[in-house]
Ligand binder design. Structure first.
Ligand SMILES: Nc1ncnc2c1ncn2[C@@H]1O[C@H](COP(=O)(O)OP(=O)(O)OP(=O)(O)O)[C@@H](O)[C@H]1O
Ligand SMILES: [Mg+2]
Length: 268
């Protein structure tokens, strides 16, 4: 195994020579008295697609939210353990959280367009970073909307409110908003659950193309999708990481019965 950082002491999950983007070490997290994640350690490889699967409520969203410190916003959240992104401890008090969230883009489970126009939604992050040149913003907006398979549907109404878009269009809008910042890591929480099969396929193709420049972590309840798009899959159950392997192995020869029961639809 290629040892990149000091904290990478062991290759817990047989990822061979893959470079690490996110390294989670013994992460336990609770909301109030409720334990949600229990002693999770995993290494997410760079420029690969890693899927998180598991029953509703098992902690998938909580886990990816911790990769860009979204759980900081929950007042009674407590955690122990460490998370490194490209070797940097992101919970260090010196971490610049807004910079982190630029580097680690996120698409939430429920689309959350800002109360502004389609154009302003997509260019929001760039304008926040100080980009003012109109031509540059125009190009970035067009490129991100094209990548997110929305351009043709909105190109004639870029300055209309994002609120009038359908649920599936809003989901693609927030994907475009994340892409416009060209993140190193993209966290996608059930990005296609509100999309029709054709648009879903388009987004899956987008993910496959993005791998060249971006590490992707996707939460999905769709087993076919996880098997189709992801290189690695982690199966969580009641806050614990049960199994983590390359997706071919996990979906064809899972090591643990709990994994097998879940992927074959016996529960969940
Ligand atoms: N802000 C919060 N405050 C208190 N409890 C929370 C909070 N967010 C999540 N939880 C609890 O943490 C547990 C894990 O939730 P999480 O959203 O991570 O599950 P999930 O695996 O993403 O589920 P789903 O597939 O339904 O999206 C749940 O029991 C949930 O009720
Ligand atoms: Mg969730």
């Amino acid at each position: 195994m290629l040892k990149l950082f000091e904290h990478e002491t062991l290759d817990v999950h047989n990822l061979g020579d893959e470079e690490t983007a996110i390294s989670v070490e013994a992460l336990s997290l609770q909301f109030g008295n409720k334990p949600v994640l229990q002693d999770i350690s995993l290494r997410i490889p760079k420029q690969r697609i890693t899927a998180l699967i598991g029953q509703s409520g098992c902690g998938k969203s909580t886990l990816i939210n911790s990769f860009n410190r979204m759980n900081d916003l929950v007042p009674d959240c407590q955690y122990s353990g460490k998370i490194f992104i490209h070797g940097r401890n992101i919970n260090d008090k010196r971490e610049d959280v807004s910079q982190l969230r630029t580097q680690v883009g996120m698409v939430f489970q429920r689309p959350n367009p800002f109360p502004m126009s389609i154009y302003d939604n997509v260019s929001y992050g760039l304008r926040l970073k100080g980009v003012k040149v109109r031509r540059y913003l125009d190009d970035a907006v067009e490129q991100a909307l094209t990548e997110a398979a929305l351009w043709d549907e909105v190109k004639d109404r870029l300055f209309d409110s994002a609120r009038i878009l359908s649920g599936g269009q809003q989901q693609r809008l927030v994907i475009a908003r994340a892409l416009a910042l060209k993140p190193d890591i993209l966290l996608l929480d059930e990005p296609t659950s509100a999309l029709d099969p054709l648009t879903t396929l388009f987004i899956e193709e987008l993910m496959a193309g993005l791998k060249k420049r971006c590490t992707i972590v996707i939460v999905t309840h769709n087993m076919q999708q996880a098997a189709r798009v992801s290189d690695y899959t982690a199966f969580l159950h009641q806050g614990q990481l049960i199994e983590y392997a390359d997706s071919d192995t996990l979906f064809t020869m899972p090591e643990f019965k709990q994994t097998e029961d879940y992927i074959t639809g016996r529960y969940g």
